[in-house]
Structure formats: structure tokens, C-alpha cells
Design a protein around this ligand. Sequence first.
Ligand SMILES: C[S@@+](CC[C@H](N)C(=O)[O-])C[C@H]1O[C@@H](n2cnc3c(N)ncnc32)[C@H](O)[C@@H]1O
Length: 243
Amino acid sequence: MIMADDAVQKLITSFWNQVAPGYDEPANVAAPGTAAYADWREAIGSVLPGSPAEVLDVGTGTGFVARIAAELGHRVTGIDLSEGMLARARAATGAEASVAYRVGDAVAPPFPATSFDAVISRSVLWTLRKPGQAFRNWFTLLRQAGQVAVIYGLADRPPPQSAAPEQRAGLFQRTYTDETRAALTAMYLDDHGPLIELAEAAGFADVTVRPLTRLTGWENSPGSALPYALVGYRPVEPGTARG
Ligand SMILES: C[S@@+](CC[C@H](N)C(=O)[O-])C[C@H]1O[C@@H](n2cnc3c(N)ncnc32)[C@H](O)[C@@H]1O
């Protein structure tokens, strides 16, 4: 059965609202002050432009990446469709941090064209409907020479079958059913190629994939040993001023 786009997203958003209270555990995010946090800070700094820049964190969740980007000196906006995740993000972010959170769809962020210098997302691509459309919209949101940074994992084995309806005991199983997965075309990537193609088809140039080797062990995709960052740039159009 093919589910309507909004029905898929409603199910996904409901999942994240329910898991929000327990999300900030060491398997998902590094605690400030730890060596792992320093590694994440270094990795995120390496895929963002020099500060200060206007950064959009799509699928910000509890604001892990958004807060690190703000610590690095950027002005950050974090969007998510889960009010539950955003509530945790707001509670965890001090008033001094330059982060604004709002509800918004990562596939079609609600901002005018050329609003940002960088669009970043971490561990979101796998649960995103229409990733190609998302890349195209992120391209439009960027100023010339702006950059996209997508942090994701690769699976090294085929996706497990989702359980039969009567066996769908867990919330994850009941959410990420075969029907849901059919709408999430980047949920189980076993190769960087399709992602690079999506980014280039959206107009991004100089697209590279970098293994974030110091973060080995952080991705939860089946078999994935480490996260990667895809980075691409909105080209500067000849004869135009940047911006
Ligand atoms: C695995 S969490 C990652 C959160 C955060 N980026 C991090 O690194 O901890 C996935 C997040 O994507 C959000 N999400 C899923 N689909 C979304 C969409 N279409 N628009 C905005 N957020 C979305 C979920 O609500 C959830 O907060």
C-alpha cells in the first residue's frame, strides 16, 4: 500500500514526539564536556563555513548540532516537525546561545530563498520523505557559495524485513513499517553514489563525501561503522555579486 505523503510524515512526527523525552542519551548525542562532544564539535566545525555564518539545522531534534554550531560562533536556526523534540531543544539551549527554533519541514523549510550560508542535517536523511526535493529546496535557501552538509550513515547489509502487523510490538516497528519505508528512499543507503547524484541534480557543485573517522561507532544504521558528511556548494554565478 502506498501511503499519502502527509500520512507518512504524521506517523514519523508522532514517533519522534513519543521518543523525545528519552532521546538525549549517550547512544544518540554526546554530553558537553566529554571527549566525544569535542570530536563532534571538531567534525561539525569541519563541514561548516567560517563563523559567523547563518546556519540552518534541518531536523534539529533536541538541538545537538544547532548548539554546537552556535558554540562555534554561528547564528543558527533549528527546525523540526516534532514539537516534543523542539521542546527539549529549547529547554537545553541557554538564552545566551544564538539559536532560534521553530516548527518546519526539512523537505521544504519555511524561509525565503538565499536566507542561509549553510544548511546542515545529522541523522535525518534516513527518515526523510522526498530527499531529492529536500536537496533542491536547500539549494534555493543558500546564498551563492553557501554549503550543504549532510551527516549520515551507510548500511552494509540489506534492510531487515519489518515485522508482520501482528508482530509490530515496538514503537519503531509500528512506525517504520514497509509502507513507511517505501516513502523513505534514503533510509538504507549502501553506497554514497545515489546521494551524490541527488545533490548534483539539485545543482550543488564540488560535492565530496568525507568519512568522519573520529566518530567511528556513532551511526546506528545497520552495519554502519561511522558517519559520513556529504558537502556541496551552491556555485557563484559568473558576473554576479555573492549573496
Ligand atoms: C534521529 S533524529 C536526529 C535529530 C538531530 N539532528 C540530532 O542529530 O540529534 C531525527 C529528527 O528528524 C526529525 N524529522 C523527521 N522528519 C522530518 C521532517 N520532514 N522535517 C523536519 N524534521 C523531521 C525528527 O522529528 C527527529 O527530530
